[in-house]
Write a protein that binds this ligand. Structure first.
Ligand SMILES: [Fe+2]
Length: 460
């Protein structure tokens, strides 16, 4: 606003560097893209007792007031503290309170790093963070794009997918006057590679896992079972999802008149851990998990080729699970946004039973729900004992409401309607904050929703 122009580059919008920088800084910023966005609109996560908002760059921000959503004015710059330029928007919090994230650095090659943030109180938690381990990109000039990663009890799993960031193009994007999205390249012939890192040591396993190429944003869950690592993800056959979020496409569709169809399906990859390249038989399925149709075959070159198992017929993404109890552990359910009918925009919520491969849906005409957040009942025992909370936009009435479903059967418990017209897109990600009032944050009774039985209730 100060300069009356965009100075920070977004994914699809080129920023012109801050005119107040001196000539040398401006020249450098053409080659080191430090004017990337600090617009932390993608996700909220915790480090210790504090809340932070993040996007996919080295910048994140501390939330100082849970009611007003005020942030610490000073943004956290992980390029300065850890030398990383981009990061996943989906950090994981382990049961010991430690937060982990995946972040990339480009010094001496391209590296995907796991960063460990200690759960301490700090204005800059990246000062109390360290890199646990690093994975070198297969092609240093074309590192893979990623949005999330898997964390089981003992391992991190990173998917190096064939959607690449062309660093040569990125370095000259300012000179070419083109945005970051023009530097992304999907290789239709490329494979997907799975890297497994030991959580305790940061050591990357020498076994190389690969599969037919695909594109995925969100890992559903990742856990160990019977000598395997199981990795569940919402998968697209290519990068068409990114192409379809351009305004032109959203407004006009493609030449055939088709508006929006992105078939994301939930897939399970099973990675057998106990492989000896000299004694393990080649050419046969090494997955011994009962009830799984996923396959893993040791190839002549020593790599393991994975064939996934489809978890559901539902077209779904934005998956959430009962994270506190089941992340990194065998589980039964995930929840997601879904297309009610094939070809629809995401206009439904779905509950998928990954063991029985059954689904339940919530759908209402003209309604577009956001990511379903699972909130467990106090003292819950069953995995799905709790509620699903989602903000929903009704495009006909231009009203938004917070929808509360029973997570067990998807019956509606309540909805809280925003009394004014709402003209905004559905949100990305959300976080339920259970009575959180650590120092620095305030929560009052007034800010809570007063849910009652029945459909129509107000926000107090
Ligand atoms: Fe995401």
């Amino acid at each position: 606003m100060k300069y009356n122009r965009i100075i920070l580059s977004e994914f699809g919008t080129l920023g012109i560097p801050d005119p107040c920088r001196n000539i040398l800084e401006r020249f450098a910023s053409y080659f080191v893209p430090l004017n990337i966005t600090d617009n932390d609109l993608i996700n909220i996560f915790t480090i210790g007792d504090d809340l932070y908002a993040c996007t996919e760059t080295c910048f994140f921000r501390k939330l100082t007031n849970i009611e007003t959503l005020d942030f610490d004015k000073k943004k956290i710059n992980q390029f300065k503290t850890l030398g990383v330029l981009t990061a996943s928007a989906h950090p994981h919090v382990d049961r010991d309170g430690v937060t982990y994230n995946m972040a990339s650095s480009y010094i001496g090659g391209s590296w995907y790093n796991i960063v460990r943030y200690e759960p301490v109180k700090s204005d800059d938690p990246s000062k109390h963070a360290r890199i646990v381990g690093s994975i070198r990109a297969k092609n240093c000039l074309k590192p893979s794009y990623y949005h999330s990663f898997g964390m089981s009890e003992n391992y991190f799993v990173f998917l190096e997918q064939p959607l690449y960031v062309n660093l040569k193009k990125l370095a000259t994007s300012q000179l070419r006057n083109s945005a970051i999205c023009t530097c992304m390249e999907f290789d239709k012939e490329g494979k997907a590679y799975f890297h497994v890192m030991e959580k305790r040591t940061g050591k990357v396993l020498s076994i190389k896992y690969e599969a037919e190429g695909f594109f995925g944003m969100h890992v559903i869950n990742c856990f160990e079972e019977g000598g395997h690592v199981v990795f569940d993800m919402c998968c697209y056959k290519d990068d068409e999802l990114l192409q379809k979020f351009y305004l032109d496409y959203l407004r006009n569709g493609d030449p055939s008149g088709k508006r929006f169809f992105c078939a994301s399906i939930s897939q399970r990859f099973v990675l057998p851990l106990n492989i000896d390249k000299t004694t393990t038989p080649r050419g046969q399925n090494l997955v011994t998990l009962k009830d799984s149709t996923a396959k893993a075959v040791l190839q002549k070159d020593g790599s393991v080729f994975l064939t996934p198992e489809q978890l559901s017929d539902a077209i779904t993404d934005m998956p959430r699970i009962n994270y506190e109890q089941y992340n990194g552990r065998p589980y039964s359910y995930f929840y997601g946004v879904a297309a009610y009918r094939r070809g629809d925009f995401t206009n439904a919520l779905v509950k998928v039973n990954v063991k029985r491969k059954s689904t339940i849906m919530w759908h209402e005409n003209d309604c577009y729900p956001s990511e379903p957040v699972f909130v467990a009942s106090p003292g819950a025992v069953a995995e799905d004992d709790g509620v699903i909370v989602s903000t929903v936009i009704n495009t006909r009435t231009k009203r938004a409401f917070l929808l509360v479903l029973d997570a067990a059967d998807f019956s509606e418990i309540a909805r809280a309607v925003v009394p004014e017209e709402v003209d905004c897109p559905v949100s990305f990600h959300a976080l339920y904050v259970p009575n959180m009032s650590p120092s620095g944050l305030t929560a009052t009774e007034d800010a809570k929703c007063n849910f009652q039985n029945g459909r129509e209730v107000c926000v107090a």
